[in-house]
Each structure stands twice: as structure tokens, then as C-alpha cells.
Design a protein around this ligand. Structure first.
Ligand code: XIL
Length: 350
């Protein structure tokens, strides 16, 4: 381009910018709709999605995953069966892939999960262990995995699903062999291995005030009193239209905040009996908005993660036959009423 033409182009660009017309990449960024993450950030919150390794070969999927969210949770890749498939043999392939992808997109990682009764490797479940043996196995697993991801993840779901619906301890291999103290031990071991990671207990059906969330409240208070390194409680929020909305969610989040704990909605989806109808999708949208409003109303509710973002990759149909349509985007990757309800609840005026 000649000097004159350059000057003309620059002047034209200046006029267009003054008129609010997009001229380049920066202006395009201004023009486009803010993402859920950007809207959440205006409230000092994050907005995340879970993902899973097999889906990462789908470019349309990964494009939105990388742009709409600021936090990522590996749906399976950091679980015990994946990370320690044989005793003492660690495999970071799946977790690392997600951590690298998140880093490329400037996203934080909510790491999930260290101690759970489900998705354990056979070598662990197919024999019996004495308490000292199992304690050593647990300690080694936690410390090796947390050390591997040290400085690379924002938080860890240290213990997952420790309680029954009535608030009694779930009779897992951990509880039966080690007693309830395994929870404090796990938190301490994780903290030693990465003092910078926020450490969570995480569970489902604890969104409302009730026996199961009461059990967490009591345990959290005890752990805090004993100076056990616990930073937050994760409310999975796998909701289902047929069971009703947890109306005491905000009050429940608030009581944990008062214990000086962070809270987060960690695995949100709102499933329904199929087929999805306009009425059900509208009801679902209201639930997504309401749970967002509840989190925004509670100072220490730090963010929301949906359990993947599109119905195409939701875990629901495989686990709850006849149910589905649980996420804010449909299986064609098109936004549903729930997506627009989320935007509105986060304060965006369309
Ligand atoms: C689910 C995964 O999404 C599925 O792919 C897998 O088959 C089973 O586990 N609570 C949790 C998550 O804490 O780890 C579960 O994830 C969903 C329920």
C-alpha cells in the first residue's frame, strides 16, 4: 500500500471506530456477545464446563468449550481408574490433555476427583486390605496425583460423595476400612502436596437444606475447628425436573459461607423425562436461572460448572434411561432456552 493510501485507510478506520463500526479483530471482540464466563466475571465468579477426552476430537465442540468458559473440569480423566490403573503405575495422559487444552485457552482447572467409591481400578476393589495397607495406598495416590498437578489446577474435589441420603456415612471401601478419619487425612495429604490448591468436598443431593447437607455442615464445622485444610463444598446439582427445584439452595449456600468456606455449583445439569417439550425446556431454563441467581446472591459462591455443555455429550442418557436434554445446548450444539436464561440471570440484556 502507498503512503497516501495507508493514510486514507487509517483515517477511514478512525471514522469507522468513532462511528462504532467494527474494523478489525479487536473491534470484533467488542461487538460479539459476551460469553457466560465474561458475564460471570463481572460478578467475580467463574463459569465452567466439564469435558471428557473422547469429545476433544470434535472441532465444533472444542471451539465453544475453549471460548465460552473460563474453568474446565475433567469429567473422567483424573479419576483413580484412569490415573493409577495398576498399583503404583500412574498415567497422566487424559488429565494432562485437558490441563494443556485449558492452559491454551487461559482457563482454570477444577480437578476431579481423588477419593471416591466409584470408578476405582480393579486392583483396588478386587481384594481386601488391612487399614494400614489401604491408608498407604490412599496416601500415595493422593500425594502422587496432587503433586503431579501442583500449581496447574485451581482446586481439587478431594473426597466425592461421602454421605448417604440420610446423612450417615456411605459405607465405602474407605469408610469401612479406615473409618471417618479418612476425610481429614485425605485433605491433609492433598494440602501437603499442593498448598495452593483449593480443597473441596463434593456431593449430589445436597443443594437443599436436609439430612445430607446437614451432614456436610456438621462435618465442615468440625474440620474447620480442627484446622483441617478444607476450602470449600461442591454442590454437584444434578437436578431433575420430576423431583422439584431445591428451593432452599441459597439459604444452604449461605450457611456454608458463614463457616468461612467457599461454595460452588460443580456439576450442574437439569435432566427431564424424554421427549423434551417446549414447556419442559422453559421450566428447565427457569431452574438454570434460579440456581445462578442463588449463587450470585451468596458472596462466597465462587462459580458454576455445568456437567458438559451440550446434550450431545451429556452423561445422563447412558445412566438414567429415558431421561436427558439436561444441558443448555442441544445435541446439535444449538443454544436452548436455558442458555438465554443463564445469560439473563448473569445480567446480560439481549
Ligand atoms: C460421570 C461421568 O460424566 C461419566 O462419563 C462416567 O461414566 C460416570 O461418571 N458425579 C460425579 C461425576 O462426581 O464424577 C460423575 O461423572 C457424575 C456424577
Amino acid at each position: 500500500m502507498s503512503r497516501t493510501r495507508l493514510r486514507v485507510a487509517a483515517a477511514l478506520a478512525a471514522v469507522l471506530v468513532a462511528a462504532g463500526i467494527a474494523t478489525g479483530p479487536a473491534a470484533q471482540a467488542h461487538d460479539r456477545q459476551p460469553t457466560l464466563a465474561e458475564l460471570a466475571q463481572r460478578h467475580g465468579r467463574y463459569f465452567g464446563s466439564a469435558t471428557d477426552n473422547p469429545e476433544l476430537t470434535d472441532p465444533a465442540y472444542t471451539r465453544l468449550l475453549g471460548s465460552e468458559f473460563d474453568t474446565i473440569t475433567p469429567g473422567n480423566g483424573m479419576k483413580w481408574y484412569a490415573t493409577e490403573p495398576q498399583q503404583g503405575v500412574f498415567d497422566w495422559t487424559e488429565g494432562d490433555q485437558i490441563v494443556h487444552l485449558a492452559r491454551e485457552h487461559h482457563q482454570r482447572v477444577r480437578a476431579h476427583t481423588l477419593v471416591w467409591h466409584s470408578q476405582l481400578p480393579d486392583w483396588l476393589t478386587s481384594r481386601t486390605w488391612t487399614a494400614p495397607e489401604l491408608r498407604a495406598v490412599l496416601k500415595k495416590h493422593i500425594q502422587t496425583e496432587v503433586r503431579h498437578y501442583r500449581g496447574k489446577v485451581y482446586s481439587w474435589d478431594v473426597v466425592n460423595e461421602a454421605f448417604n441420603e440420610d446423612g450417615s456415612y456411605r459405607e465405602t471401601i474407605w469408610y469401612k476400612t479406615l473409618g471417618p478419619g479418612y476425610i481429614a487425612d485425605a485433605l491433609r495429604w492433598a494440602h501437603q502436596a499442593d498448598p495452593g490448591a483449593k480443597l473441596y468436598l463434593n456431593d449430589y443431593n445436597i443443594e437443599a437444606v436436609g439430612p445430607k447437607s446437614d451432614a456436610y455442615y456438621t462435618l465442615a464445622r468440625e474440620l474447620k475447628a480442627a484446622h483441617v485444610p478444607l476450602d470449600g463444598i461442591g454442590f454437584q446439582a444434578h437436578l431433575a425436573l420430576q423431583y422439584g427445584y431445591p428451593g432452599t439452595l441459597e439459604e444452604n449456600l449461605r450457611r456454608f459461607s458463614r463457616l468461612r468456606l467457599d461454595t460452588a455449583l460443580t456439576e450442574v445439569d437439569v435432566r427431564m423425562q424424554l421427549p423434551a417439550t417446549d414447556e419442559k425446556l422453559a421450566e428447565q431454563a427457569t431452574w438454570y436461572a434460579d440456581l445462578t441467581t442463588a449463587c450470585l446472591a451468596v458472596r462466597r459462591c465462587v462459580g458454576i460448572t455445568i456437567w458438559d455443555w451440550t446434550d450431545k455429550y451429556s452423561w445422563i442418557p447412558a445412566v438414567f434411561p429415558g431421561e436427558g436434554a439436561a444441558l443448555p445446548w442441544d445435541d446439535q450444539l444449538a443454544p436452548k432456552p436455558a442458555y438465554f436464561a443463564l445469560r439473563a440471570a448473569l445480567g446480560h440484556r439481549e
